[in-house]
Design a protein around this ligand. Sequence first.
Ligand code: CS2
Ligand code: MG
Length: 401
Amino acid sequence: MSIAAARVIVCSPGRNFVTLKIETSDGLTGVGDATLNGRELAVAAYLNEHVVPLLIGRDPARIEDTWQYLYKGAYWRRGPVTMTAIAAVDTALWDIKGKVAGLPVYQLLGGRSRSGVSVYGHANGATVDDLLSSVASFVSRGYRAVRVQAAIPEISEMYGVSAAAIYEPASAAIPAESVWSTEHYLAHLPGVLARVRAEFGPGLRLLHDVHHRLTPIEAARLGKSLEPYALTWLEDPVPAELPDGYRLIRQHTTTPLAVGEVFNSIWDGERLIREQLIDYIRATVVHAGGITHLRRIFDLAALHHVRTGSHGATDLSPICMSAALHLDLAVPNFGLQEYMPHAPETDEVFPHGYRYADGYLHPSEEPGLGVDIDEALAAKYPYRPASLPVSRLADGTLHDW
Ligand code: CS2
Ligand code: MG
């Protein structure tokens, strides 16, 4: 059996997605997510120009060799575009391998290590009362972990706060701009978490996403102020290019730290993991080189008491979620899986077998990943340019969004 064809499908059912579909000479197909929010066409071009021609004729069973060929053979290693393209190929080949074996992919990864994949939902509200209602809604649906994002009265556009149940930050072709105030954020947030913890008690796992916006000492101050509310994790407190920033936070607070949704290789997080500067690694299948590479990251994390907490926003397609769930079910150091349900039109274009029940997601038991793309339906949703927002301080200084 050999790879006979590979197609890159760009579509926009609810938001933009890039999908790689590989077909073998035996007529089997496998799919991989290649979506990079705001940079979709860069990955599509990388795949079409520099990857697909190399795949034709290769043995689809040789997943590791193909991974090394596309990583080392590119000379220019790492980076979000390259690693997302490699991830799509890797994921599609695991899909095919499962179909050849007649097994769901988690069985090829060591089998089930847990009954289901614990997930967390996104609670938010324009007011604290709205937020408490949003948290209550997730609890009523069986969620045992909830991310809490609060509107800050003095900040007009707050990350993660939206009236829409299914929200997507990439909107305008030209990045929308919002104004940020660390002072107002740090003054307001602890009181919000105090209200949530008081309302829901000690058993509900609470998380918060800072979204890269603080300096290390500001994050240390926030972590200390949140300790009474026992968060499961404080996410992306500072941009993670400088691991020592996390060392400084660690010196001041026991609030657990989660980072890595923007990581695209083991090298991005290696020091943070090895020196136990974080508690959860958030790397995901679509941006961190696929199942093959993400499993390496998770194995390194397991050696250093770091658990998984993969990214699972709406800009990762149901193909990525399907693949993530197979890995989540098998790895020994699973922590939590983010779960932002997709728009109905997304689910129609990407039929999948994973299901939510009582705080868990359960991957498909079909051979392979249990997901596909309906190409005819996808064609009805053409790509539309969309960029992630940018953030500025009140004086106009460009800040981290
Ligand atoms: C966020 C993401 O879900 C999260 O934790 O950080 O929604 C992030 O803003 C988007 O994936 C960016 O495309
Ligand atoms: Mg995040």
